[in-house]
Design a protein around this ligand. Structure first.
Ligand code: PLP
Length: 364
């Protein structure tokens, strides 16, 4: 029997394509000819190796990157990357630049400062929108880059505040990007990056795996003598230990789904159209008010307010009764947040906009 699925606007873990979950269901008890689930076979078996290498190759192909890049599937979330990046790439005496555009950027800064303090290195906050409640992405003119930074770290999409970089920031050094909430949601200029990381659970899979993409050139500049598991080189050299096989297996299927739906250009068109529909509805009404500055609006997380917190609470509970899930804003900022990750369909956004009109008509 068909099980009803709501329109899922969750910020994370976020929506997965229904087609992917159907395939997972069909293969759950026995994967290909293994006679066991993919969770129950060796991570060195031919069946799993095919999945693991396939997921890496498909991700590279979507991004148009080649042998100069390593794809690593690590654990401990994007939060571990806040620490692992400076641990590997911020050497004694060096400076790393950070652009602070939200809670997650600020956490990345804090972890880098821990590493820098131990080593006599410097973390330079090159720009911050903290003073304006993180409602915008700083311009180049508002950014003060260090002359010889080891890297510049930025958060391409700010999940909580609904802002997103329109293009990569300028820098003479490699970019390091926390792309957790917009990874593979649009094409990027990969030539600008040394390292990109993303917790899978927003745009590319379930929680439990973090994709880390690093160029070999940047990798070679890392510190020596790091703890084995925290050294990116360990994972680039070989499959060192048991990876989160089930999560990677689903990521592999999501790569196929993205490819079948037009690749990154297809995702960009789909995501831009969904965001335009929702921002259009917000801008057409005095009842709803977007919180991000217009030039900084995210395609992935759309944040808005209603005239009162009471109305926001009613909106969230009534929307749920209409099958529109997880619209409550982040706990520290309140309001409403609709996350429009790749898997969220245009129909889901149409349903949300229809609900918003009706809600305004009865409460405005
Ligand atoms: N970075 C961004 C942009 C996020 O949205 C999140 C969300 O949870 C994180 C980092 C933290 O990720 P994790 O929970 O995988 O550590």
């Amino acid at each position: 029997a068909a099980i009803a699925r709501g329109h899922n606007f969750s910020a994370g873990p976020g929506a997965l394509p229904t087609e992917v979950l159907e395939e997972v269901r069909d293969e759950l008890l026995s994967f290909r000819d293994a006679g066991a689930s993919v969770m129950e076979i060796s991570h060195r078996s031919p069946q799993y190796t095919d999945v693991h290498e396939g997921a890496k190759a498909k991700m590279k192909s979507l991004l148009g990157i080649g042998d100069g890049w390593h794809v690593l599937f690590l654990q401990s979330g994007a939060s571990m990357q806040f620490h692992q990046v400076p641990l590997n790439f911020l050497k004694p005496g060096q400076t790393a630049d950070y652009i602070d555009t939200g809670n997650w950027s600020a956490k990345a800064v804090k972890e880098a400062q821990i590493v820098a303090r131990d080593r006599g290195a410097t973390v330079h906050v090159a720009a911050s929108s903290a003073g304006a409640d993180y409602t915008f992405i700083p311009s180049e003119a508002e950014t003060s880059r260090s002359p010889e930074a080891a890297y510049l770290h930025f958060t391409s999409n700010n999940t909580i505040f609904g802002t997103e970089f329109g293009a990569e920031p300028l820098a003479d050094c490699p970019l390091v990007c926390d792309a957790s909430s917009d990874f593979l949601g649009r094409p990027i200029d990969t030539s600008r990056y040394g390292l990109i990381y993303a917790g899978a659970q927003k745009n590319i899979g379930p929680a439990g795996v973090t994709a880390v993409l690093v160029t070999d050139e940047f990798l070679q500049t890392r510190m020596e003598g790091l703890p084995t598991l925290l050294d990116y080189g360990t994972h680039a050299a070989k499959l060192f230990h048991t990876p989160p096989v089930f999560a990677i297996y689903i990521v592999d299927k999501v790569m196929d789904w993205i490819t079948a739906n037009g690749g990154l250009e297809g995702m960009k068109a789909r995501n831009a159209a969904k965001a335009a529909t929702l921002y259009g509805a917000i801008d057409a009404s005095d009842f709803y008010r977007g919180t991000a500055r217009e030039d900084s609006r995210s395609l992935m997380n759309v944040t808005f307010r209603l005239p009162s917190e009471d109305l926001e609470a009613t909106f969230v509970s009534e929307s749920k009764a209409h099958g529109l899930l997880a619209l409550k804003g982040y706990r520290t900022v309140g309001g409403v947040r609709a996350s429009l990750y790749n898997a969220v369909s245009p129909e889901a956004v149409d349903a949300l906009v229809g609900f918003m009109r009706d809600f305004e008509a009865s409460n405005g």
